[in-house]
Design a protein. Structure first.
Length: 455
């Protein structure tokens, strides 16, 4: 029953995305028709409503919260990226973000708009009389998985945030900040529900699925330092056989990649990913807007194939600029289309390696670490002790997951290295910059919100 339903809504998904169909109303308004009986009257309409939630995650012409912003702005705030132009986004690199910074405010609003969509779908499905219980459970699980994904990035950018679990604007707009522990507890609950509900199939990766929930749960547990649970979840993904490391690094971010656990499809036909559009210059004479820092470039060992495949350089007026090249297609229509990857298998190997190392399974951790290193053309490492092994894993995360969903920025914070590393690299670094500010407009609209320290 589940699999046949999944296939049916997968067909709806393909038609929806590539026709750029936008039938859903703007849900920024408190009055949201997503919860109306008509929208959720039957399985096709309900599936389209849930698909609209994914569409909001890939807005047109925007490095938004889930369409490249999680790479660009944490990359600037950390030690991966620098801009060649000076504008409001320069505040991220300077670690001096104004509470009125419009980019930060847009990121916050976008995240909560997606959460509103997810909650509207959850409520609409629950109140529908035209869906079977199995259909309700599956669509609800997808929405809860998306909700967990958004909350994970919110809590790692801002710390504790309002935990909005319903569409009632008058309630959600007055919520105080939950603690980080409360946000994480909700993330785990949502992902556990998704695991218990979604089918364990690896074929439909453009929708939240069982393995997407499991892979994200592994990451959540790693961040919480629950290493036994992180090991269990990442091990399940790896051992499933549904995914495998691509031997060719040029294939990792393609639509056909066997490494992808969860991805987003394009919603604007002329563009495949917004990272490529913003990161890759349109011609050899155009200066890249975002370039890699010398700190990141120097982190790669000689012979690392990731540097050759995932970084490009151009020389303009005698100045060399290196820029991210994981996504290569500025425009669509190529023979090898790219999809925007949210979760992939290589990260699961590194999660399992770090979990094993912290649980004193050093040989197992080395084996997982070297799976990723060897794929990149590097020789195996054999760190003699736990500290050296953890350092090797951290280094491998840096060069494997660079400019990808803020991983480096979050890693520096979660292992307590942000102050030591960034104070040496950035003269203006301050400890309180580890958290982005709550936008002033949000605090003005909701007196229950409290600002982060240092702003």
């Amino acid at each position: 029953m589940k699999n046949s339903f999944y296939s049916a809504i997968y067909l709806v998904l393909i038609l929806f995305f590539f026709a750029s169909c936008r039938k859903l109303v703007d849900i920024d308004s408190p009055k949201n028709q997503l919860t109306s009986d008509k929208v959720f009257a039957d399985s096709a309409n309900a599936a389209e409503a849930v698909i609209g939630m994914y569409t909001k995650m890939m807005p047109s012409f925007s490095l938004g919260f889930t369409s490249g912003g999680m790479t660009a702005y944490p990359g600037l705030a950390g030690d991966e990226l620098i801009q060649t132009t000076t504008d409001v986004n320069s505040q991220f690199y300077a670690n001096n973000i104004s509470v009125q910074n419009n980019t930060n405010a847009t990121m916050w609003r976008t995240a909560y708009s997606i959460l509103y969509s997810a909650n509207a779908c959850i409520e609409g499905v629950a109140g529908s009389s035209g869906l079977t219980e199995a259909q309700k459970a599956q669509l609800t699980a997808e929405a809860r998985c998306v909700r967990a994904f958004i909350n994970f990035y919110l809590v790692n950018l801002y710390g504790g945030v309002p935990l909005v679990l319903a569409t009632d604007y008058h309630v959600g707009g007055r919520l105080p900040r939950a603690t980080a522990e409360e946000v994480y507890a909700q993330i785990v609950a949502d992902l556990r529900y998704a695991q218990a509900t979604l089918p364990a199939t690896g074929g439909v990766t453009q929708r939240a699925n069982y393995y997407a929930a499991t892979a994200l749960l592994a990451k959540v547990y790693l961040y919480q330092k629950d290493y036994a649970s992180a090991l269990r979840e990442s091990d399940e993904v790896i051992r499933s056989g549904s995914f495998q490391l691509e031997s060719n690094l040029a294939s990792v971010f393609l639509s056909s990649s066997r490494e992808t656990i969860w991805k987003l499809l394009p919603t604007y036909a002329p563009r495949e990913t917004w990272e490529a559009y913003y990161f890759v210059p349109s011609s050899a004479t155009v200066t890249p807007r975002y370039v890699l820092t010398t700190y990141l470039l120097d982190a790669f060992q000689a012979g690392d194939l990731r540097k050759a495949n995932w970084i490009r350089s151009s020389t303009i007026r005698g100045q060399n600029y290196s820029y991210p090249y994981k996504y290569k297609h500025v425009a669509s229509g190529t023979a090898t289309p790219e999809h925007y990857v949210l979760l992939r298998l290589a990260e699961q190997y590194l999660i399992r390696a770090e979990a094993k190392a912290n649980l004193d399974d050093l040989s197992g951790a080395r084996a997982d670490l070297n799976q990723v290193r060897n794929r990149a053309g590097l020789t195996s490492l054999a760190p003699a002790d736990k500290a050296a092994l953890l350092a090797g894993i951290a280094q491998e995360r840096r060069v494997e997951l660079f400019c990808e969903w803020g991983n480096r920025w979050f890693d520096l914070k979660r292992v307590g290295q942000a102050d030591a590393v960034l104070s040496a690299e950035k003269p203006s670094w301050r400890t309180t910059a580890q958290w982005f500010p709550i936008p002033q407009a949000e605090i003005g609209a909701n007196p229950a919100l409290q600002q982060n320290a240092g702003y």
